[in-house]
Write a protein that binds this ligand. Structure first.
Ligand code: TXA
Ligand code: MG
Length: 315
């Protein structure tokens, strides 16, 4: 692969997308915007390219990756879909839902993707740039969030470059991500149970409405998604929650009536707050103030996912 200055910054036009697809087919690493966060993509059918993702992120190799496909047909070549999985795909794909399903025997997925699990996490993204890159490359793409392991997920191309820099081949600049929080992850078990492995932009209540049953709790020995582990989203300094006021040494992130140095959403809009959360956590990390305080955020709708990430950032 030719080595120009890294990472190549690609525009979201046909030349940029064609270049991204070429780099991916050659086994390279390309950061691509999705409607949730920027993903660090590589072809999911080759162990070497998947290993490069783990290396660039400094990610433990027991932490499996999401595979992104453009449609249900491609998904069904990789995993076994039962009636529940088909219903969820019909309701929420393309979109911010990841399903953990039984891996199909003989699926062309590198074992590094699933970290040896008998299941695979699949997502059909809605973002037009990510969809174009999948279609142009003609490949299922493994893609974790495009940040170093344990850091705050990137919602702009600049975040990606700051975190991964020359460890990756290219980044496609598609502006800021709309949802700003990683996808909701649901595991559908073969015994009929289902579990929420990570809350996200699609509220659990909507999934429950489609499935018609309550989710089962995830027991501690079943923790498979390290996004469930504490301290996964830490900005690298102490974070205090439910802070209506801030001390002199605290960078204050406001919401609604709590003004702060910056605000998740001055009007108290939860979707806006979700889309700005990681950008403001990045900003808090670069602030000279040694601590971070965050205003209370209500837990309804996507607020549940916002509070999930905030609790981990504060852990
Ligand atoms: O919105 C998103 O989901 C973004 C964009 C890029 O699609 N991706 C993302 O990937 O957040 P990542 O790697 O940061 O989080 C994926 C989570 C991890 O916590 C991983 O442990 C879990 O999915 N996961 C992947 N495969 C799994 C499996 N077979 N069983 C259980 N958990 C799995
Ligand atoms: Mg991540």
């Amino acid at each position: 692969m030719e080595r120009t200055s890294r990472p190549e910054q690609l525009a979201a036009n046909s030349a940029g997308l064609a270049r991204a697809a070429t780099l991916l087919r050659e086994g390279g690493l390309v950061a691509v915007p999705t409607e949730t966060v920027y993903g660090l993509t590589a072809r999911a059918d080759r162990d070497e390219s998947v290993a490069a993702i783990y290396r660039a992120k400094g990610r433990p190799s027991f932490n499996p990756l999401i595979v992104h496909i453009a449609d249900l047909e491609a998904a069904q070549r990789i995993a076994r879909f039962d009636a529940r999985a088909l219903a969820l795909a019909a309701a929420f794909w393309p979109g911010a839902l990841t399903m953990v399903l039984p891996l199909k025997e003989g699926a062309a997925i590198a074992s590094a993707v699933t970290a040896g699990l008998p299941t695979v996490a699949l997502r059909c993204p809605a973002h037009p740039i990510m969809r174009d890159v999948i279609v142009e490359s003609g490949l299922p793409l493994a893609g974790p969030s495009a940040n170093r392991s344990g850091g705050v997920s990137p919602t702009t191309a600049a975040h990606v470059v700051a975190s991964l820099g020359d460890r990756i081949d290219a980044v496609v600049d598609g502006g800021a991500c709309e949802a700003g929080l990683e996808s909701t992850i649901v595991a559908l078990r073969e015994d009929g149970r289902w579990q929420v492995l990570r809350p996200g932009p699609i509220p659990v209540a909507r999934i429950r409405d489609v499935l018609g049953t309550e989710p089962d709790a995830v027991t501690s020995h079943e923790i498979e998604a390290p996004g469930q582990l504490a301290s996964h989203y830490a900005p690298g300094k102490p974070v205090r929650l439910d802070a209506r006021e801030a001390g002199a040494d605290e960078f204050h992130i406001g919401f609604g009536p709590v003004e702060g140095h910056v605000s998740l959403s001055p009007s108290g809009d939860l979707a806006e707050a979700a889309s700005r959360l990681y950008a403001l956590l990045h900003e808090s990390a670069t602030s000279e103030l040694p601590r971070v305080a965050v205003a209370p955020v209500p837990s309804e709708g996507i607020g549940a996912a916002i509070n999930d990430r905030l609790r981990r950032a504060a852990a």
